[in-house]
Design a protein. Sequence first.
Length: 119
Amino acid sequence: MTGRAGSGMHHRPARYAEFWPRYLGAHRSPKSRALHFAGTSLAVALLAGAVATADWRLAVAAPIAGYGAAWAGHYLVEGNRPETFGHPFWSLFSDLRMLSLWLLGRLAAEFRRHGIEPN
C-alpha cells in the first residue's frame, strides 16, 4: 500500500486491523485531532442531552456538530479525505477510540506503536 493515509487511496482496508493505522495516519496534526476531540465530545454531549430531555433536535445536531468539526480538520488542516466515506462505522468507532486514548494519555504511544510520526 502506498500513498498518504486518508488521502483517498484506492486500497480499501478489508479488516479493522488494517484500517486503524490508516485512520491514525490521517490524524497526524494536533489541530486536526483537537477539532475531532471537540466535535466528538460535543456530539456525545448532545446525544446524552437528547436522551435526558427527549429533545430530538439535540439528536439531529449531534452528527452535524461531530462530523462538521472532524471534516474541517481533514479538509482545512490535514488536507485529506475523511475515512468516514469508506468505512462509516469503523470511522466512528475510531473517533471514540482516539479520543479515549488521548484522555488516557496513551495516544502518542499508539502512534509510535504503528510507526506513525504525528506532526
